[in-house]
Design a protein around this ligand. Structure first.
Ligand code: HEC
Length: 172
């Protein structure tokens, strides 16, 4: 009797297994179909535009034009600088050009450092000595001048003292 019951249970299990496998197959088939549909839709890119997305896009475009404007300004500044660099009204000594012009301008017109045109030889020399001794505190000028000889400072002061005259002579 027990054997019959076990046999019956085994048969039922076997049938259930077959049915289960068939169900699985059906599911797999359905998944396959779904995947095919998804694959197909991928070929046609979906153009979903929600307000958030279009706002984001506008923001990005605004940023881009802002960046372009910045680049434009930078470019203009560069050409302006180059023009200023080449628009030398009068020739300066190699020493001035090399050591001072980057901050005070090719003709002492002033960039980062103040304008030097119109300063007398003694004014400039006094300033340089004060910077060099540390009496007048300026880290940039101090560091620069500490490596320069007194003769150089004298020569530069003398030269800078003539800037105004030279500029006037150049008609600028
Ligand atoms: C890296 C930039 C830089 C360089 C290079 C430089 N200077 Fe200056 N210079 C300055 C700055 C900034 C000041 C203003 C400092 C202050 O007033 O404290 C200054 C101030 C001066 C002053 C005083 C001007 C005033 O109105 O009181 C003189 C003169 C001067 N520099 C001459 C020179 C000479 C000559 C050289 C070349 C040997 C030179 N500088 C190189 C940045 C520079």
């Amino acid at each position: 009797m027990i054997r019959h019951i076990i046999a019956a249970i085994a048969t039922l299990l076997a049938i259930w297994a077959v049915v289960f496998m068939m169900e699985l197959d059906k599911k797999a088939e359905r998944f396959k179909q779904i995947r095919e549909i998804i694959e197909k839709t991928k070929e046609v890119p979906l153009q979903v535009t929600t307000p958030e997305i279009s706002q984001e896009r506008e923001r990005k475009e605004a940023l881009k034009s802002e960046k372009e404007a910045e680049d434009e300004v930078a470019r203009k500044l560069k050409t302006l600088k180059e023009r200023a660099g080449s628009a030398m009204a009068f020739k300066v000594s190699p020493l001035y050009k090399q050591k001072c012009s980057s901050c005070h301008g090719v003709n002492g017109e002033g960039i980062i450092g103040p304008r030097l045109i119109g300063k007398s030889e003694t004014e400039v020399y006094d300033a340089l000595i004060s910077f060099k001794s540390g009496k007048r505190k300026n880290y940039v000028m101090y560091g620069l001048l500490s490596k320069m000889s007194d003769e150089d400072l004298k020569a530069l002061s003398k030269e800078i003292g003539t800037f105004k005259e030279k500029l006037d002579a150049a008609g600028k």
